[in-house]
Write a protein that binds this ligand. Structure first.
Ligand SMILES: Cc1cc2nc3c(=O)[nH]c(=O)nc-3n(C[C@H](O)[C@H](O)[C@H](O)COP(=O)(O)OP(=O)(O)OC[C@H]3O[C@@H](n4cnc5c(N)ncnc54)[C@H](O)[C@@H]3O)c2cc1C
Length: 216
């Protein structure tokens, strides 16, 4: 365990930490969070907080308490949206908030164009749920805790409901069902080490995906 330091670089498997120590690693698993997009934080004149996020009001208009930026709105990971369900806090950067904020933002823009009042974003937490392998899960809401297969089913059920569009719901369910019948996918770590090679080989444009399985 290396405490009170961060990873500075990891070139060719040599991990360099900010406390000056370094070591070699054959496998590096990145579990850190993501940062504000520098395009927004460094290349705009929008109001930005200390974390580089755009400051928005509860109705998702960009602006501080004293000054609003006309006709400018923001939502999702790059916006510091006040969490009205947890006074003093900001909504955490996850897809569920981004998705709901996106819908409200669209409605608020339409309302503003029609001269109607905008609505404030408020979404109380539905609890936390996580899974570890097939049939094992845990759900927690305030003092209520559910463990085991029921929590695992709740996790899976919630995710299927949350995934947008029927096509994607069916795709996700199909993958889960095959995993239940045949076990986990076997992934070649060699391919994971050089993900860009496949795109270069096929002459296609590189792609980036950023999905995992966490719920808050
Ligand atoms: C590995 C990982 C796992 C995650 N797992 C979960 C999960 O299980 N559950 C969950 O709720 N959330 C999860 N999240 C968080 C979730 O993905 C984000 O909170 C959500 O996607 C934020 O939505 P967004 O629209 O604000 O930003 P994004 O989805 O990041 O969309 C921003 C878009 O802007 C584009 N863009 C960036 N710069 C420019 C530019 N200069 N010009 C034009 N376009 C640009 C990007 O290409 C991107 O398409 C995960 C995130 C990561 C990284």
């Amino acid at each position: 365990m290396h405490l009170n330091c961060t990873v500075q670089s990891a070139v060719d498997g040599a991990v360099q930490l900010t406390d000056g120590s370094s070591f070699d690693a054959a496998l590096i698993v990145w579990t850190a969070g993501n940062d504000a997009n520098p395009v927004v934080s460094k290349h705009t004149d929008l109001p930005i907080n200390s974390r580089g996020l755009v400051i928005v009001r509860p109705d998702l208009r960009i602006g501080t308490e004293t000054e609003v930026v006309p006709a400018a709105w923001a939502a999702g990971d790059d916006a510091a949206v006040p969490d009205l369900a947890l006074p003093g806090a900001f909504t955490v950067p996850n897809a569920q908030h981004a998705f709901r904020q996106g819908k409200l933002l669209a409605r608020n823009i339409a309302a503003a164009l029609r001269g109607r009042p905008s609505k404030r974003y408020r979404h109380p937490s539905l609890g936390s749920v996580a899974t570890l392998g097939l049939g094992r899960g845990i759900f927690q809401y305030k003092k209520i805790t559910i463990k085991g297969p029921v929590a695992w089913l709740m996790h899976r059920g919630y995710h299927v409901l949350a995934v947008p569009t029927w096509e994607r719901k069916v795709r996700v369910l199909a993958v889960w069902l095959t995993a239940a019948l045949f076990g986990r996918d076997i992934v070649s770590l060699a391919a994971v080490e050089h993900p860009r090679d496949a795109f270069l080989r096929d002459g296609s444009a590189p792609a980036v995906t950023n999905r995992a399985s966490v719920l808050s």
